[in-house]
Design a protein around this ligand. Sequence first.
Ligand SMILES: [Zn+2]
Length: 188
Amino acid sequence: MSEEKYKHRYYYKESYEAAIGTFAVAIVFLFVAILSLVFLTFKIEFIGLANWGYWLFVPAFFIFIGGFDQLYRNYKYKQVVKNALAQRNFQGTYKLEHIALEIGMKPKVLLRVLLDLRNKGIIKYSFNVETGQIILGQPITYQLATEYVPPAKKLENPLPTEGKNYCVYCGHKIETGGNFCPNCGSNL
Ligand SMILES: [Zn+2]
């Protein structure tokens, strides 16, 4: 399926694990800031930290806010997707783009949320390899290809897929060909 609207339909990891990294950065800032207060209290001299370290509370605060915002957004996405699938009794075959449009989400983001829900055992589904439609209630066994190299989290453009017998996005083995990955729903 070389339709233009499917071109950017692929699974991507961006902002998936980002919240953890965000919190890690915030904790480092917070730690150094607290350390500076300790140094200040006990008059410890180390690279003058006692004089400036406490300023790090400011970025730490904003990075924490960003992390929580991201967590909340991820949570909300999951709720919205779960509700949309519950209305369908978690059964039936649908166009992914229709569900995405209905809930006001990019198909790319929807794919990410779906995979997350499936990994947590909340939903079951797979994709029709010819049409790319989502088949709710139909499980799939993920088979990882040995040649698979996970792509970068943030992709500007779809990856080349020619001559690959696995999905370049999730690494699922593709034996029969087709236009879409049955596991992650990416356009191949
Ligand atoms: Zn895939």
